[in-house]
Write a new protein. Structure first.
Length: 305
């Protein structure tokens, strides 16, 4: 187990470094940030001076090595616009993103896993067909369009919840449901397929032959042996939720790191963009390691692999 954790963290370091490098190259290819920081009538001397102050006049390789060295110490620089540290800027909206992602994932798990299990147990029935249709429908629907549709129905027509912003539990409902609909289809389909693979196993028939109640066969034998691929998918979905709910945060004006990323990209605030990518990559690595541990706790046969 310890060797697995060390191996996963080693791979995680490579992933984070690759993400930082790719982001570093891409943001510098997007243009000169001094054109947005300074007024349009700024002189060439003023632009040259600002580039020198921001360190953009140095060779790109020197900038990259300096940035990586600082990132290894947990220092991601300062914003070009307000001078505040990147860490402080990211930590302000990060709790909102974690709250949104956690709530959406909880909704998806509460709905997706039980429905996937029941679809497998009652394969071909009305519930199975309904779940499959719902999964295809939500998969084919863009998240931003679903968000706008939910706003129109539940906020504008019915007036049950606020249209945008944050501050109360009511503000969280629509964005969380929108993001949950993004996770629900894949989670439900994988749960169903995993359970269908386990159902014909001999130990399922043996448990039923011993007189074990059906709910215990499903919850203790079927689910425990078929949940491993689902846990692996959940780790991937958590990483996607942390960095991929950008459109949802924009539609609902939710003050998370996705919205911060859009604003930083628009004004070419290189250090903040790079810091967001680095933070999301590091959280993804931690979640992946935790999922590997959870898989081996649920299925002891994998502990020595």
């Amino acid at each position: 187990m310890l060797r697995l954790i060390i191996k996963q963290f080693g791979l995680g370091v490579v992933v984070v470094l690759a993400a930082i490098t790719l982001t570093f190259v891409m943001v510098r290819a997007s243009g000169d940030p001094t054109s947005l920081i300074l007024p349009q009538d700024a002189t060439a001397e003023q632009r040259t001076l600002l580039r020198s102050q921001l360190g953009l006049d140095r060779p790109v390789l020197a900038q990259y090595l300096s940035y990586v060295a600082g990132a290894m110490r947990g220092e991601f620089g300062r914003s070009y616009f307000d001078g505040d540290s990147v860490t402080a800027i990211i930590l302000r909206p990060l709790p909102n993103t974690l709250l949104l992602a956690g709530t959406a994932l909880l909704i998806a798990i509460i709905l997706g896993i039980p429905l996937g299990v029941m679809s497998a147990v009652w394969q071909g029935g009305a519930l199975d067909r309904t779940v499959q249709v719902a999964s295809v429908f939500t998969t084919s629907m863009p998240s931003f369009w679903l968000g706008l549709l939910l706003i129109q129905v539940f906020a504008v027509w019915l007036g049950w919840v606020p249209t945008y912003g944050s501050g109360t539990a009511a503000h969280l409902i629509l964005p969380a449901v929108t993001v949950a609909c993004w996770v629900f289809p894949s989670l439900t389909r994988l749960t169903r397929s995993s359970m269908l693979e386990v159902l014909p196993a001999g130990y399922i028939a043996s448990a039923r032959a011993k007189g074990m109640p059906e709910y215990r066969v499903i919850s203790r034998t079927l689910l425990r042996n078929g949940i491993v691929p689902v846990l692996a998918l959940l780790a991937l979905e958590v990483g996607s939720l942390l960095g991929g709910a950008v459109l949802t945060e924009a539609v609902f004006s939710w003050p998370g790191i996705g919205r911060l990323a859009i604003q930083s990209i628009q004004r070419r605030d290189f250090p903040v963009v790079q810091g967001i990518v680095a933070y999301v990559a590091m959280m993804f690595v931690v979640i992946t390691v935790l999922s590997e541990i959870a898989v081996r706790i649920v299925n002891p046969r994998l502990r020595h692999t």
